[in-house]
Design a protein around this ligand. Structure first.
Ligand code: SF4
Length: 189
């Protein structure tokens, strides 16, 4: 199974989403919030194309947008919002419709870093998360621990699908209130 970078985010939000995506697929409702989020995302890409690199603390570099990457070694794929090629190295950039950097954003970024590394054969030491509502750029170091955990997550997604395991409700069940799969989870309050 080829895992998508977005699957890691979903897995961390709730593993059941992986079950509903791959094991017993259901139709999910696209909420108004999601549609607006997508539009804001595109608008950010359009703006970013005209912006300077200063926000990223870089003096020079070449930006590339919406790039598809696949790693045969990891059997992982994803479309990266942006990456910057500089003499100092390559940096993945992920745009998020969020006001703070969450854990699942971090591991998505690490997964993109792994894809960039495999594609260019150059180590990636850091990357950026751009928070759209705040217009803020956050630098994250790609640590050995984060790499290891990301690889474990890729394995966990694959394992869940192979075993066709229906996971428990996440401990933070507050997430269910906003979830587009809520109709399929009869056991949540
Ligand atoms: S409603 Fe809750 S348990 Fe069901 S998929 Fe969504 S977050 Fe997971």
């Amino acid at each position: 199974m080829i895992v998508k970078v977005a699957d890691l985010k979903q897995y961390l939000y709730c593993p059941r989403i992986i079950y509903f995506t791959y094991v017993a697929p259901v139709e999910k409702k696209v909420t108004a919030k999601m549609a607006i989020g997508k539009e804001e995302h595109y608008a950010t890409v359009r703006l970013e194309e005209r912006r300077r690199l200063r926000a990223y603390g870089l003096s020079e570099g070449e930006r590339h947008f919406n790039a598809y990457f696949y790693s045969e070694r990891l059997r992982l794929e994803g479309v990266l919002d942006m990456y910057i090629v500089t003499p100092r190295g390559n940096f993945p950039v992920d745009f998020k419709n969020a006001c703070r950097v969450a854990l699942n954003h971090k591991y998505q970024l690490v997964a993109y870093a792994l894809l960039l590394e495999d594609h260019f054969g150059r180590p990636v030491r850091g990357g950026f998360i751009y928070l759209i509502p705040r217009k803020q750029v956050h630098y994250l170091e790609i640590t050995p621990e984060a790499r290891l955990y990301t690889k474990k997550l890729i394995g966990a997604v694959r394992n869940l699908v192979a075993r066709e395991h229906f996971p428990e409700v996440p401990r933070r069940s507050g997430r269910c209130a906003d979830c587009e799969y809520r109709n399929y989870c009869g056991d949540v309050l």
